[in-house]
Each structure stands twice: as structure tokens, then as C-alpha cells.
Ligand binder design. Sequence first.
Ligand SMILES: Cc1cc2nc3c(=O)[nH]c(=O)nc-3n(C[C@H](O)[C@H](O)[C@H](O)COP(=O)(O)OP(=O)(O)OC[C@H]3O[C@@H](n4cnc5c(N)ncnc54)[C@H](O)[C@@H]3O)c2cc1C
Length: 416
Amino acid sequence: MKQIEKELVIIGGGPAGLAAAVAAYDKGLRDILILERDVALGGILRQCIHNGFGLHRFGEELTGPEYAARYEQQVKERGIPYMTETMVTELRADRTVVARSAAMGIFEIKAGAVILAMGCRERPKGALGIAGTRPAGIYTAGTAQKFVNMKGMMPGKEVVILGSGDIGLIMARRMTLEGARVKAVCELMPYSGGLARNIEQCLNDFDIPLLLSHTVIDIHGKERLEAVTIAKVDERRRPIPGTEQTIPCDTLLLSCGLIPENELTAQAGVPMDRITNGALVDGDRQTEIPGVFACGNVLHVHDLVDYVSEEAAIAGEAAVRFLRGESKKSILVSVKTDGKVRYTVPQILTEAKDTRLYFRVSDVFRGKKIVLKAGDRVLLEKKTVKLAPGEMETVTVKAEWLSELAEGEISISLSD
Ligand SMILES: Cc1cc2nc3c(=O)[nH]c(=O)nc-3n(C[C@H](O)[C@H](O)[C@H](O)COP(=O)(O)OP(=O)(O)OC[C@H]3O[C@@H](n4cnc5c(N)ncnc54)[C@H](O)[C@@H]3O)c2cc1C
């Protein structure tokens, strides 16, 4: 097996991998290699041809491919090496990366540092356990997006969508614009998992009904999907007898959550967060294995790609500091949550510097305060109008608070 050495290996050439590479290069590192299994760089944004990307990062509305192209251009201008059609199949705790490609066969890279940027995948139908037959016409929303936007093929004409995450909402509009009739978007929860702006622009603007607290309980059709039965659910998410309705359709799109692609991460023995399904990281996005960093959707599912780029730049710069022996690893504080705040990233802080905590809440909350505390001492209170699980929130932990704290904990919670 061919063996090579690299200072920094980045697994995944999506927006996270590209932004991490650019940041590492701009910090002076030259020995970088991006490995991407797809035929081109850009990640999932290559198929997201709608606009709305880049408002935070570039101050303008870009499509997904335009946003990805900006970073791809920065990678190419800097001459950062990358390999496409190259799949990483193994990651070891000593930062050995095993990959394979048609050009190189199987090869092994001894890396000084590794950045995990493998993105996420959609929850498949099999994981949902819907009763009924298994005809053609059932796709994940992302697969349908690829068919429509990249292959120019329509999956069907009469559509029901299960799940109101952003991809489902975007696809409700896309299918409508392409001539299909979207009969309903059903959401199991009493609130949408998507961004408020997507509910307005993708459903309300096209009079597509959003049925909250509804799910698909039966699938009909032998060769091709003919109908689905939906039902209202109670507060414990069980279908309520007598509320069933059967909707004729030839297509069911599933948009029921994204799963970070962490098989390699787990294989290397990186400790994980059971809520995010990503690695536990510090403010540098360094995992508990020194020199292994994670960023983007593989770390936690982001609502906006702009935050992915921001986070990836942190990881890229920190990887360079690690390679130069400047990285600090002892835990200063860990961040605890109260359940209403589901998780934070980072979960651990190792340095007394201003650190932005990204978090999501577990339900829709109105008029709550975000409270940051060290023991009984309130560090920060921030009033909010509405918090929803679909939107990522942030607060900044100030360096001066951290430098005054003894080793321990800070907590983040919601209060009235
Ligand atoms: C179907 C779908 C549609 C989406 N639509 C939107 C949207 O409309 N708007 C929005 O803001 N966000 C959307 N997202 C979220 C979007 O994924 C993020 O905003 C952003 O693309 C995340 O960047 P990333 O680099 O972390 O992941 P990705 O863009 O997923 O990139 C990860 C890359 O890693 C590569 N990779 C994975 N494993 C390996 C391996 N073992 N070896 C080599 N390469 C590997 C993948 O091929 C991929 O190119 C969507 C996500 C999905 C899954």
C-alpha cells in the first residue's frame, strides 16, 4: 500500500472542508490535502440551486452552487491540493487516514492533523418504519432535489411531503415550480423544524398546507405509489383514531432529519455527543483526540451554511496552531445545558478567550431569557421573542468571565 505524509488532511470537500483549507492556508500552512469522494468539490450545495445562501458571510444572496464556487475558487487561487473521487475508508486514532481512488488505489496518509468535514446524510425511509407497501415513488427530499436540480428528472406529479425540515420546505417549492402539485407537508411535531423564512417563502407563498402534528401512517400502491394515509397525532406522537385521511399521490418525499456522517469519527474512537451525534469539541473544534478537529454538518446540523464556513475557519486556524505546538488542551470549563437548551457546540472550553456558543432549543419558546451562569453567578441574560428548534442560536462567552473562573462548569438555560 502506498504511504504518504501530510501536515493537514481534510476529509470532505464541501463548504466546511473548503473553508477550513482556506483558513489553514491563510495562517501559513502549505502542506494541505483535501479528500473528496464525489466527482467535484462543493458538497451538498451543488444540488441546492435556490438562493438564500451567503447573506451573513458575503452580504448577498447566492445560490448553493454560487456559494460553493466562491470557496472552490479560493482553494484553487491558493493552489491547495485536493483529490476528488477519493473515498476515505478508515481513520485511526494516530491520525492515519486510509483512502482509495481509481487513480491511486488504496493508500495511507500519516497526517499531522486531520479535519473531519464529512457533512451529513438524510434519515432514510427504512429508519422511519411506516406501514404499508413499498412501491416506487418514495424518495428522501435530498434525492428528489438531486434528480430535479442536477439530472433534470421529475420524480412525480402529485406529491406529499413528510417532515418540514428545510430540505422538505425547499423541495415543496421546487416541485411546485417544476409543475407538480404538492398536496400537503405533514409534520409530526407541533412546530416546523425549518427556518421561519422557508415556511413563508416555500409554503405560504404557494398555498401549500402545512399540517402540524400529522404523520403518514400507511402507504398504498403496488408498483407505483397511489396514495398515503395520514393522521393527526396526540402529544405523545401517537396517531389519533378517526383523524385518518387518504391522499392520492404518486410521490412521497421524506424530510425527516439529517444524520452526521460520523462512521470514521467513531472508528477512530473520538468521544461523541449523544444529542448532536457529532464529536465532543472544544472552542477550537478539536475533538478529544489531539490533532483531530471537526466542523460543519458532521459536527452538528447547521441551519445556514454561513455558520458552517465560520466554524470551519475556526477549525482550520486551530489545526495550524496544533501543528505548531501552540494548542492548549487542558479543560477549563464544560458547558452544561438544561434540556430546554438541547446542546451547545463547543461543549468544552479550553482557553480563556471570547467563544461563541452555538445551540438549539428543544421546543418553541416565547418570551424566554437565555441565561448563562457560573455556579449561582449570572454571567449573561439575553431576552428573546421566540426561540424554535429549527433555528440555531448563539451567545458569546467572554474571555474575562472565563479567566476569573476556577476549573469547572458554566451552564446555559432558558428562564421566564
Ligand atoms: C440533501 C440536503 C440538502 C440541503 N439543502 C440545504 C439548503 O437548501 N440550504 C442550506 O443552508 N443547507 C442545506 N443543507 C445543509 C447543508 O448540508 C449545509 O449547509 C452545508 O452544505 C454543510 O457543509 P458540509 O461541508 O459540512 O457538508 P456537505 O456539504 O455535506 O459536504 C461534505 C462532503 O464530504 C464528502 N465526504 C463525506 N464522507 C466522505 C469520505 N468518507 N471520504 C471523502 N469525502 C467524504 C461528501 O461527499 C461531501 O462532499 C442541505 C443538506 C442536505 C443533506
